[in-house]
Design a protein around this ligand. Sequence first.
Ligand code: F6P
Length: 508
Amino acid sequence: MPSDIWKKLQKEQPVNLKQAFAEDKERAKTFSIRTEHLYYDFSRQLVTSETIKLLCELAKERDLSGKIQAMFAGEKINKTENRAVWHVALRDPSNPEVSDVLKKIEKFTRQNKLTNIVAIGIGGSYLGPEYLAEACRVYAKPGMNLRFIANVDGTDFAQKTAGLKPEETLFIIISKTFTTAETMKNAETAKKWMQEKLGNSPEVIKKHFVAVSTAKDKVAAFGIDPDNMFIFWDWVGGRFSATSAVGAVPLSLFLGFENFKEILYGAHWLDQHFLNTPMEKNIPVISGLLDIWNINFLGYKTRALLPYCQALSKLPAHTQQVEMESNGKLVDLSGKPVDIDTGEVVFGEPGTNGQHSFYQLIHQGTQIIPCDFIGFIEPQYPVGKASNKEVTHHEELMTNFFAQPDALAFGKDDPLPHKRFPGNRPSSSLLLKKLTPFTAGLLLAWTEHRAAVKGFIWGINSFDQFGVELGKVLGIKVREEILKHHQDPSYKPNNLMLEAFLKGKLPD
Ligand code: F6P
């Protein structure tokens, strides 16, 4: 049964942005949050002060603060797996377990002489670290090379190892469980690749392979020296693990340990903001509540993430896992089917590339897609000079960051129907000073907490992912079928396409 507050929100009308801005000259100020490191403007969301008030009341009714505190206290809030959800502890300088692992990583990083780092992992053991690596590439240590292999498609392995000298290469096998099929296959191939070139001596594996995992025995069984293993804990979920050894090992090698620490400081800053700021001024809380407003009350179930920053090109992919693996859930915490929409589809590309691709649908399509714009005052690379006649590359980029939200919000009338822009399309804008390891960490934590806020309010478990299991199990059966065919080429599977695949030709 929907609560009274939920019913009140159902009765709230979305504002007309043109009118709202005309009537209230202070709207941009009222509907924004200022902090030392970021400015969050949500004045172009279809909300009134009453809507925000009701959304905060909904959060109180669902005990959002209590749930946030339970998460920070390390309580076992992931009920189906009986685990804590404690990634915030990874950024807490006072945690001794975490400090010990970081010290080991620091020492290893300082001693490392290998310059080609290849990280093998998938999902949470890949997307967060890759986002951070791209965001901070400009800070990379001179001469260091970092590549990621995630896909079990041999193309990924072949292309990422192409041109690498084995004697200069270090493979980092990253897997929480050390059982993930794709990662194990790529890891075995990496071992063969290395041994074919440098020989079978255990010293080769010792020097050229390290692991990041929670599964010590499996790492040892693979042949990696326990001294070359960096641990994390079952209270770190895969998609929330970028600030554990999962990110720390490849990123410290690539960027230097000091820069990785900056990532932790940025994430910790946002963690503290999330824990200690009243709801109305709390950026992850308000952004999560606005998502709920858009999804559950306006029916806008897809969100575009549009960083006006090339170095944030991998943020949408990471956000997809965080949002969609966390909140795509059919049942609530008590196991009952949910009776509201949960989860949202997230997609995105760096501006301005997206403008020349899918923005047509965002501006004039029949579905409404709330947008998140992210921009920076300073560029990572100052390309071009400003003059009376010319703008720099960064200024050119930012013209779009300022223009697009207005085009979406206010639209344009035109006598020709195909040139009309309906407007009233919601967006939020996040402005930061500069993309650094610190702000990259801060954006990572914002992404994590925003997804958690929604799960807390919907009453679902955002921290398990049983939805990925069935496909994996069926995959095992298909692998068995393929092996049967290897043993007996006359074996015929009961699947037309699989049969064709095994015969190596399309079905007749
Ligand atoms: O398939 C989903 C998943 O379990 C993710 O949640 C996880 O991030 C990924 O696989 C990789 O898992 P692991 O780190 O255990 O290899």
